[in-house]
Unconditional design. Structure first.
Length: 458
């Protein structure tokens, strides 16, 4: 990330990780339904499986043109192809599993596209008929008189489906972009409260549409990483900042807790930190036992869910008591230490979306997108095969879920190892609502296993 080229390349894709959540307070939702059930019936009679048997793909389905739909031959889930070589010659896809493709009411779809203005396009989308609409005019290159804006880490408003929050590319200003009018309004300028020469990168936003997290990067020629910060636009204040060089940060939905991924891996190393921005307290989490810091992760409301590099499974914990966690999904039979991305974007935090992208020795859930219950019951809803193949970061599906839990956007090269990828959207039945409150037991130390071979954002 030390050259101008790498900084610019980040316009069309994303860097970093993903995750799951366990509910540790008012915000967490647990799950209803009986564990013995083997199938759920989404729209169109699809069969979402809930067992742990092997269900390999039945070949690679032939793709329709962009806007066309088909059903996964194993799980029956209806899938739409959003882009193809005619509509986006150089390829397209999602950004990352914790940056939303869908706006708050699923009527607009943000698609990362190679070779187009701003590196992304916005499409109309009809959630009622599951129909792709027109591609909207390109987002203006920049607000008048300012440097270009970025769309790779843009954040949809949680309340206004017509608003997308963006920031300057290697700049200090945050704007809200009104899609219908193609207009920008200034939200805040961190140049007023941060040292000169510190710019916004890898932005995240709480559901208050007011609290932002980001890593800080310097300007040319080095584009040096300068730490991270949490900023509240309405009061023009920095809630927390640090100068350490890390991988990324993510503000939770409540806007109170910041999860910091340091990329410091190995026994005894602190790969995670949790910052309480109200009290200023900072809690370090070890990569191995006893903490098993989330590495691929996502945050919920006061929670973080993710893999552990030494855990062989998925954990969930309250950010108010981050040393305590529950192993909510055991991946020991699959020997999977982190070859998956997670998305906690749905309002129903009783489930986390998981997209597996590495090989599993037993083949179970390999190449699948699933939902895992965050209450520790081990329940799973197996949705579809993403058909993405290859070992490169951008070959991974990086699936993200809509707010209402009815749609999943993902990237795929559809079984062909090449530089060509497209975006797809799957329509699923919303997961059952929560009706119980989970607990977070203290785990016993685990032995050291092998590490994951791929990491998000690398």
């Amino acid at each position: 990330m030390e050259t101008r080229k790498i900084i610019r390349d980040m316009r069309s894709t994303a860097l970093s990780k993903c995750v799951l959540v366990l509910f540790g307070a008012l915000s967490l939702h647990a799950l209803a339904g009986r564990a013995g059930t083997t199938q759920v019936r989404p729209p169109g009679g699809a069969s979402i499986k809930t067992d742990r048997a092997r269900h390999p793909p039945l070949g690679v389905p032939k793709l329709p043109r962009a806007g066309g739909k088909f059903n996964d031959p194993v799980f029956g889930t209806e899938i739409m192809r959003v882009t193809d070589a005619l509509t986006v010659p150089k390829g397209a896809g999602t950004n990352y599993s914790y940056w939303a493709s869908f706006n708050s009411d699923n009527t607009l779809l943000l698609v990362m596209e190679t070779g187009v203005q701003q590196g992304a396009s916005i499409y109309r989308f009809d959630p009622a008929t599951f129909t792709l609409g027109a591609r909207l005019p390109p987002v203006p290159y920049s607000p008048p008189g300012n440097v270009p804006i970025r769309l790779d880490d843009a954040c949809w408003s949680s309340v206004d489906p017509d608003i997308l929050y963006v920031h300057q590319d290697l700049g200090t200003k945050i704007y809200k972009y009104k899609v219908s009018r193609q207009s920008f309004a200034l939200v805040g300028d961190v140049a007023r409260v941060l040292p000169r020469g510190q710019n916004i990168q890898q932005m995240g936003m709480a559901t208050d549409n007011d609290t932002f997290s980001f890593t800080k990067r310097g300007g040319a020629p080095a584009y040096k990483q300068l730490g991270y910060a949490v900023y509240r636009a309405s009061t023009n204040t920095v809630r927390f900042q640090h100068s350490e060089v890390i991988n990324e940060v993510r503000i939770d939905k409540s806007g109170r807790y910041l999860y910091v991924n340091t990329n410091e891996t190995g026994p005894g190393k602190f790969e995670g930190r949790v910052v309480d921005t109200e009290t200023g307290a900072l809690t370090n989490l070890t990569d191995d036992a006893p903490d098993h810091a989330p590495s691929h992760y996502d945050v919920g409301t006061g929670t973080v869910v993710g893999n552990g590099n030494y855990l062989v499974g998925i954990s969930a914990r309250s950010l108010s008591t981050p040393h305590k966690f529950a192993k909510i999904f055991d991946l020991s039979p699959e020997k999977n230490y982190g070859g998956f991305h997670l998305s906690m974007l749905a309002d129903n935090e009783g489930w986390v979306l998981v997209s597996f992208y590495t090989e599993h020795p037993n083949g179970v859930m390999q190449g699948e997108v699933v939902q895992v219950a965050t209450d520790g019951t081990g329940r799973v809803r197996r949705l579809f095969h993403h058909q993405a193949t290859g070992t490169g970061y951008y070959d991974s599906p990086r699936a993200n879920i809509s707010r209402d839990g009815r749609f999943v956007a993902f990237s795929s090269n559809w079984g062909v190892q090449s530089d060509r990828h497209d975006m797809f959207v799957a329509r699923i039945e919303s997961a059952p609502a929560a009706n119980t409150k989970p607990t977070v037991p203290t785990p016993s130390p685990a032995s050291r296993p092998r590490r994951a071979t791929a990491r998000g954002g690398e």
